[in-house]
Write a protein that binds this ligand. Structure first.
Ligand SMILES: Cc1cc2nc3c(=O)[nH]c(=O)nc-3n(C[C@H](O)[C@H](O)[C@H](O)COP(=O)(O)OP(=O)(O)OC[C@H]3O[C@@H](n4cnc5c(N)ncnc54)[C@H](O)[C@@H]3O)c2cc1C
Length: 541
């Protein structure tokens, strides 16, 4: 089946939904999302949105904190425009029905949290369920908008570009390379549909599932980065993977984060010997930046041989803990951990991808009519390390900017009809008789990425990872073209692609900076390496 639409949005997190609401007055919108609309990293965000509202805070301080986390690689123009637009975007969310925590005595004053790397309290939040509240309100608005059609359980396989379709002989005119939609698998019906669109937005989120341990939702398999790279877009800075220091460590807990805000409210990390240890690693102790805390925990685990460290907030009033962290309290209690009386066992886990598809300040990629917003994009805001709670902010600001530009472009593009595109080609494929290959390769990639391309890297570990990914890639390619496409195979192909790009980027950066730490090059080298790591595939492959 072929669908034709003005805007095709791939992904239903904060980036995709915000963009959709803004462009829907100007054209028809199709949102494809691979599972249930709510199943996104956005809905799991706990801490909140960093923005300047406090009278003792300033844009300059927020800019400074972002730049110092980014360790020399932030784009200063982007940092400034994101920080300055923050308060407007937060208020817009409130207009759309998001209910943030406010001081009861004054409805216009936010209850602002503090997180690591921030010099002032500036985290706007909704209890410890901020992402859920934002996603809920956006989904409510989307559902009531008649110009937006939502396709749940639809996974995008690949972008369609004119160069690709010209090669297949369907479109005979030659165009400068530009994106004209995507092939999308309906996972309920097992049918591939062609979505032709004047403008396509990648809002596919992060890639935490490339690693064995992650805080991310299952949907975070780096699909947008892989699709954009395959289509010939430039990607950057994929070596900068943020590991969140404190994921709940419990055999029955999957991907559950203990928010940074727990340390912001006075929580202290202690090792398996019961001793606080952060003062050994950084003067900011438990409120040091995430990379420092994650490496410190990694070191303590290796030094003591324990399986986890602990986060202790038992010195705070139990009522305060229950009220400030209702979600974390409930989750821990369900597993037999009463955080008001005992420390919480925690370990680091892959959390956020700072790199992604390169965009300009309007979310445009280097393929015409293809935009990228949110965690899948690399805008220059985060540099070598993301400051806590800057990512929801980035998604909101860039969705706004991208929408304003996409609306302008639509006016020009609407002069021509939307093209007919070639249908998905299934000639010669059969149903797989070796599904085990998919799950086996999936596990292997995630495990060696954790062991060799994780918090602490070395040349030897990286070259081991490279050898493995080369072999796996060959296997996947042989398999991919022979068998009927499935959601698992699409995701495997994408995590393999993103893993390869992360390894390649990490091997090329011969220094340690921000989130990338290689024991062979433990120092930062501004002279040679104060630059982005950019990768681009030639269209010929
Ligand atoms: C546990 C946790 C806590 C966090 N806490 C905070 C916080 O407090 N503050 C903060 O600023 N950030 C936080 N983050 C990061 C932040 O939540 C994400 O960076 C942000 O929500 C990303 O939004 P997004 O719209 O780009 O992607 P997502 O919200 O992840 O949405 C991606 C969407 O793309 C869809 N998708 C992916 N691939 C395909 C495909 N091939 N076809 C169709 N659909 C596809 C997914 O199904 C999903 O709908 C946290 C992240 C996690 C995991």
């Amino acid at each position: 089946m072929e669908y034709k639409t003005d805007f095709l949005i791939i992904g239903s997190g904060v980036a995709g939904l915000t963009f959709a609401l803004k462009v829907a007055n100007y054209g028809d919108v199709a949102i494809v999302t691979k599972r249930d609309v709510m199943e996104t990293n956005t809905r799991y965000a706990q801490g909140g949105i960093a923005s300047v509202f406090d009278k003792y805070d300033s844009f300059e301080l927020h800019i400074q904190d972002t730049l110092s986390a980014g360790n020399g690689l932030c784009n200063e123009e982007v940092v400034e425009l994101v920080v300055r637009d923050g308060p407007t975007r937060v208020r817009e969310l409130m207009d759309w029905g998001v209910q943030f925590n406010l001081y009861k005595s004054d409805r216009s004053v936010f209850d602002l949290g503090l997180e690591g790397g921030h010099s002032k309290n500036r985290i706007v939040h909704a209890e410890d369920l901020t992402g859920y509240e934002v996603e809920r309100a956006l989904v409510d608005r989307i559902r009531e908008n008649e110009r937006i059609i939502l396709f749940e359980n639809h996974i995008a396989i690949d972008l369609i570009t004119y160069s690709k379709s010209v090669k297949r002989g369907v479109i005979t005119t030659t165009h400068e390379d530009s994106c004209c939609g995507a092939y999308v698998l309906d996972t309920k019906k097992n049918e591939v549909h062609t979505f032709s669109a004047r403008i396509t937005l990648l809002a596919t989120g992060g890639a935490g599932k490339v690693y064995l341990y992650t805080s991310n939702a299952d949907v975070a398999t780096g699909d947008g980065i892989a699709m954009a790279y395959r289509a010939g877009a430039s990607v950057a800075n994929l070596e900068f993977v943020q590991f969140h220091p404190t994921c709940l460590y419990h055999p029955k807990a999957k991907n559950f984060l203990i928010s940074e805000a727990v340390r912001g409210e006075g929580g202290v990390l202690i090792n398996g010997e019961g001793r606080p240890f952060m003062e050994k690693y950084d003067p900011q102790k438990d409120l040091a930046c995430r990379d420092v805390v994650a490496r410190a925990i990694d070191n303590e685990l290796k030094r003591t041989g324990h399986e986890s460290v602990y986060l202790d907030i038992t010195h705070k009033d139990p009522d305060f803990i229950r009220k400030r962290f209702p979600n974390i309290y409930k989750k821990c209690l369900s597993l037999g951990i009463d955080m008001t009386r005992e420390p919480i066992p925690v370990v680091p886990a892959a959390h956020y991808m700072c790199g992604g598809v390169i965009t300009d300040t309007y979310g445009r990629t280097d393929i015409k009519n293809l935009f990228a917003v949110g965690e899948t994009a690399c805008t220059g805001l985060h540099g070598a390390n993301r400051l806590a709670s800057n990512s929801l902010l980035e998604a909101l600001v860039f969705a706004h900017r991208a929408a304003s530009r996409a609306i302008q472009e639509l006016e020009r593009l609407s002069r021509n009809p939307i093209h007919d595109l070639p249908p998905w080609d299934t000639v010669g494929t059969t149903d797989s008789d070796e599904v085990i290959m998919v799950s086996h390769n999936w596990d292997e990639i995630r495990r060696f990425m954790w062991n060799y391309v994780g918090i602490v890297r070395s040349n030897k570990r990286l070259s081991r990872a490279w050898n493995r990914i080369e072999n796996i890639q060959k296997e996947i390619m042989a398999y991919y073209w022979n068998f009927t496409v499935t959601a698992d195979l699409i995701e495997l192909r994408n995590i393999a692609m993103v893993a390869e790009l992360i390894i390649k980027s990490a091997m090329s950066r011969k220094e340690s900076r921000g989130l990338h730490y290689n024991i062979q090059y433990p120092q930062k080298d501004d002279e040679k390496w104060r630059r982005d790591t950019i990768l681009k595939r030639s269209i010929e492959g």
